[in-house]
Write a new protein. Structure first.
Length: 235
Protein backbone atom coordinates (compact mmCIF):
# COMPACT_ATOMS: atom_id res chain seq x y z
CA UNK A 1 0.00 0.00 0.00
CA UNK A 2 2.82 2.40 0.87
CA UNK A 3 4.31 1.97 -2.63
CA UNK A 4 0.93 2.53 -4.28
CA UNK A 5 0.72 5.79 -2.33
CA UNK A 6 4.12 6.82 -3.79
CA UNK A 7 2.87 6.38 -7.35
CA UNK A 8 -0.41 8.17 -6.62
CA UNK A 9 1.43 11.00 -4.87
CA UNK A 10 3.60 11.38 -7.97
CA UNK A 11 0.51 11.55 -10.19
CA UNK A 12 -1.09 14.17 -7.93
CA UNK A 13 2.17 16.11 -7.62
CA UNK A 14 2.61 16.29 -11.38
CA UNK A 15 -0.05 19.05 -11.51
CA UNK A 16 2.31 21.10 -9.34
CA UNK A 17 5.36 19.95 -11.34
CA UNK A 18 3.91 21.32 -14.58
CA UNK A 19 3.45 24.73 -12.98
CA UNK A 20 6.86 24.87 -11.26
CA UNK A 21 9.15 22.87 -13.57
CA UNK A 22 7.04 23.09 -16.72
CA UNK A 23 9.00 26.05 -18.16
CA UNK A 24 12.23 24.00 -18.06
CA UNK A 25 10.55 20.93 -19.56
CA UNK A 26 8.87 22.98 -22.29
CA UNK A 27 12.19 24.63 -23.17
CA UNK A 28 14.10 21.37 -23.72
CA UNK A 29 16.17 21.62 -26.94
CA UNK A 30 14.07 19.10 -28.88
CA UNK A 31 12.13 21.33 -31.28
CA UNK A 32 13.64 20.15 -34.60
CA UNK A 33 14.48 16.62 -33.49
CA UNK A 34 13.14 13.50 -35.16
CA UNK A 35 10.42 11.54 -33.37
CA UNK A 36 12.93 8.91 -32.25
CA UNK A 37 15.41 11.47 -30.92
CA UNK A 38 12.60 13.37 -29.21
CA UNK A 39 11.36 10.19 -27.50
CA UNK A 40 14.90 9.35 -26.36
CA UNK A 41 15.46 12.89 -25.14
CA UNK A 42 12.25 12.99 -23.11
CA UNK A 43 13.07 9.57 -21.63
CA UNK A 44 16.57 10.67 -20.61
CA UNK A 45 15.23 13.89 -19.09
CA UNK A 46 12.65 11.91 -17.10
CA UNK A 47 15.26 9.38 -15.96
CA UNK A 48 17.48 12.23 -14.78
CA UNK A 49 14.70 13.65 -12.60
CA UNK A 50 13.81 10.23 -11.20
CA UNK A 51 17.47 9.46 -10.43
CA UNK A 52 17.72 12.68 -8.41
CA UNK A 53 14.56 11.82 -6.45
CA UNK A 54 15.95 8.36 -5.67
CA UNK A 55 19.25 9.85 -4.52
CA UNK A 56 17.48 12.36 -2.27
CA UNK A 57 15.32 9.56 -0.87
CA UNK A 58 18.33 7.42 0.02
CA UNK A 59 20.10 10.35 1.70
CA UNK A 60 17.01 11.26 3.72
CA UNK A 61 16.49 7.55 4.42
CA UNK A 62 19.47 7.56 6.76
CA UNK A 63 17.20 9.35 9.22
CA UNK A 64 14.47 6.78 8.72
CA UNK A 65 16.84 3.88 9.30
CA UNK A 66 18.04 5.54 12.50
CA UNK A 67 14.44 5.74 13.69
CA UNK A 68 13.97 2.03 12.96
CA UNK A 69 17.12 1.04 14.84
CA UNK A 70 16.06 2.96 17.94
CA UNK A 71 12.45 1.77 17.82
CA UNK A 72 10.86 5.04 16.69
CA UNK A 73 9.48 3.86 13.34
CA UNK A 74 5.84 3.96 14.48
CA UNK A 75 6.47 7.39 15.98
CA UNK A 76 8.02 8.51 12.70
CA UNK A 77 4.93 7.34 10.82
CA UNK A 78 2.64 9.21 13.21
CA UNK A 79 4.77 12.37 13.05
CA UNK A 80 4.96 12.34 9.25
CA UNK A 81 1.20 11.82 9.12
CA UNK A 82 0.59 14.89 11.27
CA UNK A 83 3.04 16.97 9.20
CA UNK A 84 1.42 15.98 5.91
CA UNK A 85 -2.04 16.87 7.21
CA UNK A 86 -0.70 20.26 8.32
CA UNK A 87 0.94 20.80 4.92
CA UNK A 88 -2.39 20.07 3.22
CA UNK A 89 -4.39 22.39 5.50
CA UNK A 90 -1.75 25.13 5.55
CA UNK A 91 0.02 24.97 2.15
CA UNK A 92 1.74 28.26 2.96
CA UNK A 93 4.19 26.21 5.08
CA UNK A 94 5.43 24.27 2.06
CA UNK A 95 5.43 27.36 -0.14
CA UNK A 96 7.61 29.17 2.41
CA UNK A 97 10.28 26.44 2.36
CA UNK A 98 9.98 26.10 -1.40
CA UNK A 99 10.40 29.82 -2.03
CA UNK A 100 13.36 30.35 0.30
CA UNK A 101 15.26 27.22 -0.71
CA UNK A 102 14.70 28.05 -4.40
CA UNK A 103 16.44 31.38 -3.91
CA UNK A 104 19.59 29.57 -2.76
CA UNK A 105 19.60 27.30 -5.82
CA UNK A 106 18.96 30.02 -8.42
CA UNK A 107 21.54 32.36 -6.87
CA UNK A 108 24.20 29.72 -7.43
CA UNK A 109 26.33 30.74 -10.42
CA UNK A 110 27.38 27.12 -10.93
CA UNK A 111 23.76 25.93 -11.16
CA UNK A 112 22.68 28.68 -13.56
CA UNK A 113 25.75 28.38 -15.81
CA UNK A 114 25.53 24.58 -15.94
CA UNK A 115 21.82 24.71 -16.77
CA UNK A 116 22.47 27.29 -19.50
CA UNK A 117 25.27 25.28 -21.09
CA UNK A 118 23.15 22.11 -21.09
CA UNK A 119 20.32 23.89 -22.90
CA UNK A 120 22.79 24.91 -25.62
CA UNK A 121 24.17 21.39 -26.01
CA UNK A 122 23.10 19.13 -28.87
CA UNK A 123 24.14 15.94 -27.06
CA UNK A 124 21.38 13.57 -25.97
CA UNK A 125 23.07 12.89 -22.62
CA UNK A 126 22.72 16.60 -21.81
CA UNK A 127 18.98 15.97 -21.40
CA UNK A 128 19.69 13.45 -18.63
CA UNK A 129 21.74 16.06 -16.78
CA UNK A 130 19.02 18.65 -17.33
CA UNK A 131 16.57 16.26 -15.67
CA UNK A 132 19.04 15.62 -12.86
CA UNK A 133 19.42 19.35 -12.16
CA UNK A 134 15.67 19.88 -12.52
CA UNK A 135 15.17 17.33 -9.75
CA UNK A 136 17.36 19.41 -7.45
CA UNK A 137 15.13 22.48 -7.74
CA UNK A 138 13.31 22.74 -4.38
CA UNK A 139 9.74 21.45 -4.55
CA UNK A 140 7.25 21.16 -1.71
CA UNK A 141 5.77 17.94 -3.09
CA UNK A 142 9.21 16.30 -3.26
CA UNK A 143 9.58 17.20 0.43
CA UNK A 144 6.24 15.51 1.06
CA UNK A 145 7.37 12.37 -0.78
CA UNK A 146 10.65 12.23 1.15
CA UNK A 147 8.78 12.72 4.45
CA UNK A 148 6.42 9.88 3.53
CA UNK A 149 9.31 7.55 2.69
CA UNK A 150 10.83 7.97 6.16
CA UNK A 151 8.46 5.34 7.56
CA UNK A 152 10.38 2.67 5.60
CA UNK A 153 13.42 0.83 6.92
CA UNK A 154 15.80 -0.21 4.10
CA UNK A 155 17.83 1.81 1.61
CA UNK A 156 16.33 -0.01 -1.37
CA UNK A 157 12.85 0.82 -0.03
CA UNK A 158 13.63 4.54 0.07
CA UNK A 159 14.99 4.36 -3.48
CA UNK A 160 11.99 2.35 -4.71
CA UNK A 161 9.52 4.74 -3.05
CA UNK A 162 11.10 7.80 -4.67
CA UNK A 163 11.42 5.95 -8.00
CA UNK A 164 7.67 5.31 -8.00
CA UNK A 165 7.00 8.90 -6.95
CA UNK A 166 9.11 10.16 -9.86
CA UNK A 167 7.46 7.70 -12.24
CA UNK A 168 4.06 9.07 -11.24
CA UNK A 169 5.10 12.57 -12.32
CA UNK A 170 6.18 11.46 -15.80
CA UNK A 171 2.88 11.23 -17.78
CA UNK A 172 1.74 14.81 -17.19
CA UNK A 173 5.26 16.19 -17.56
CA UNK A 174 5.60 14.45 -20.93
CA UNK A 175 2.29 15.97 -22.01
CA UNK A 176 3.60 19.36 -20.87
CA UNK A 177 6.68 18.93 -23.08
CA UNK A 178 4.53 17.95 -26.06
CA UNK A 179 1.64 20.38 -25.67
CA UNK A 180 3.18 23.18 -23.60
CA UNK A 181 1.10 26.15 -22.52
CA UNK A 182 -2.20 24.68 -23.70
CA UNK A 183 -1.97 21.86 -21.17
CA UNK A 184 -1.05 24.31 -18.44
CA UNK A 185 -4.08 26.49 -19.16
CA UNK A 186 -6.74 23.85 -19.80
CA UNK A 187 -5.95 21.03 -17.39
CA UNK A 188 -3.54 21.87 -14.59
CA UNK A 189 -5.31 24.92 -13.18
CA UNK A 190 -8.61 23.09 -12.88
CA UNK A 191 -7.25 20.14 -10.92
CA UNK A 192 -4.91 21.79 -8.42
CA UNK A 193 -7.32 20.80 -5.63
CA UNK A 194 -6.12 17.20 -6.11
CA UNK A 195 -2.78 17.97 -4.46
CA UNK A 196 -3.91 19.12 -0.97
CA UNK A 197 -6.65 16.48 -0.95
CA UNK A 198 -4.25 13.62 -1.66
CA UNK A 199 -1.55 14.94 0.69
CA UNK A 200 -4.12 15.11 3.51
CA UNK A 201 -5.34 11.55 2.81
CA UNK A 202 -1.74 10.32 2.71
CA UNK A 203 -1.17 12.02 6.07
CA UNK A 204 -4.19 10.21 7.52
CA UNK A 205 -2.87 6.91 6.14
CA UNK A 206 0.59 7.41 7.68
CA UNK A 207 -0.94 8.46 11.01
CA UNK A 208 -2.95 5.23 11.26
CA UNK A 209 -0.43 2.99 9.48
CA UNK A 210 0.98 1.43 12.69
CA UNK A 211 -2.56 0.40 13.67
CA UNK A 212 -3.16 -1.16 10.25
CA UNK A 213 0.02 -3.24 10.58
CA UNK A 214 -0.29 -4.23 14.25
CA UNK A 215 -3.24 -6.53 14.91
CA UNK A 216 -2.95 -5.84 18.65
CA UNK A 217 -2.80 -2.07 18.32
CA UNK A 218 -4.30 -0.05 21.13
CA UNK A 219 -6.33 1.80 18.54
CA UNK A 220 -8.09 -1.43 17.57
CA UNK A 221 -9.08 -1.71 21.23
CA UNK A 222 -10.51 1.81 21.18
CA UNK A 223 -7.64 3.36 23.16
CA UNK A 224 -6.55 6.35 21.05
CA UNK A 225 -4.30 7.87 23.75
CA UNK A 226 -2.62 4.51 24.29
CA UNK A 227 -2.07 4.21 20.55
CA UNK A 228 -0.34 7.61 20.35
CA UNK A 229 1.80 6.84 23.42
CA UNK A 230 2.73 3.46 21.98
CA UNK A 231 3.87 5.12 18.75
CA UNK A 232 5.92 7.79 20.49
CA UNK A 233 7.61 5.68 23.14
CA UNK A 234 10.41 3.41 21.81
CA UNK A 235 9.78 -0.32 21.93
Amino acid sequence: MIYVSALLLGLASSFHCVLMCGPIAMALPLGKSSKTRKALGISLYSLGRIFTYMLLGVIAGMLGIGATIYGFQDGMSLLMGVLLMLFAIFPVILRYFEKNSSKVIWKSNYFSKTLGSLFKSNRLEALFYLGFLNGLIPCGLVYVAIASSLVLSEFYEFALYMFLFGLGTVPLMVLAILFGVELKKRIVGRFRWIIPTFVFLLGVFLFFRPALIDQDSELRKGNFVGYVKGCILPH
